[in-house]
Ligand binder design. Structure first.
Ligand SMILES: [Zn+2]
Length: 120
């Protein structure tokens, strides 16, 4: 059952922090080229479920590749990608949150669903 909880998270150096309501039961581990290299575990949130508490989104460095539909955002100081943002096929903004950047999450207890992003 979908059950969202509130988490706080941020980059490594603390320049950017955020709060997010998300369901870690929907976390994914993706095999696309960037998720592989970054070791990303992702969970998703709508703009209503996500709030940047510290830092400005336009101060983050942006990286795009492939179809350039996802903004991979990372802290210019510590280099950590705590979240990214993109649009769903129907044009809605979504945030992809790096589960490894959330506080108080038992990563070993998660069972992220494998997603074949490499083939997208
Ligand atoms: Zn940082």
């Amino acid at each position: 059952m979908a059950e969202t909880k509130k988490y706080t998270g941020g980059c490594h150096c603390g320049r950017f922090t955020f709060e997010v309501d998300t369901d870690l039961g929907t976390a994914i581990s993706c095999n696309c080229s960037i998720c592989t290299k970054r070791g990303l575990l992702l969970t998703f949130a709508t703009p209503e479920q996500f709030a940047l508490k510290k830092g400005q989104q336009d101060e983050l460095k942006k990286y795009q590749f492939n179809k350039k539909v996802i903004d991979h955002l990372f802290c210019p100081d510590c280099g950590v990608e705590a979240f990214g943002t993109g649009k769903t096929p129907d044009g809605k903004t979504m945030f992809a949150i790096n589960v490894r950047c959330l506080e108080g999450v038992d990563l070993a207890a998660l069972q992220p669903r494998p997603v074949d992003g490499r083939s997208f």
